[in-house]
Design a protein around this ligand. Structure first.
Ligand code: 5GP
Ligand code: ZN
Length: 114
């Protein structure tokens, strides 16, 4: 989608520190990490937010979640623990309107989240 930051990263127009990619997903390090591991998992297809996911995206959503666990596991956080977050719209703090899953690990996480 024209003007979408994450579509531009996926297209290679804006550099990012990619950690994984396949036919449907790209994962890269967050530019402003909130934990020692802070990876963003984004679908190649432009979907603005969780509100816009339909049943046609069920496999994609599952792949994003399973990829989060795989990346965390590769970094040794499976047993220790990690946090996954989808922010949806303004009150949750979504700032980039291309759906993405935050994967954070490497420090204790508070609950409830702020
Ligand atoms: P949101 O607030 O929408 O849930 O998360 C957006 C995330 O994208 C933020 O954590 C922010 O640091 C990250 N971000 C914003 N711009 C860029 C960028 O140009 N490159 C990368 N790698 N991450 C970005
Ligand atoms: Zn996009």
């Amino acid at each position: 989608m024209a003007g979408c930051l994450f579509c531009r990263i996926i297209a290679g127009e804006i550099p990012a520190s990619k950690v994984y990619e396949d036919d449907t997903l790209v994962a890269f390090n967050d530019i402003n990490p909130q934990a020692p591991m802070h990876v963003l998992i984004v679908p190649r297809v432009h979907v603005a937010s969780l509100n816009d996911l339909g049943p046609e995206h069920d496999a994609l959503a599952g792949a994003m979640i399973r990829r989060a666990a795989a990346i965390a596991g590769d970094r040794g956080f499976a047993a220790r623990g990690f946090r996954t977050v989808f922010n949806c719209n303004a009150e949750a703090g979504q700032t980039v309107f291309h759906v993405h899953l935050h994967v954070l690990g490497g420090r204790p996480m508070g609950w409830p989240p702020g």
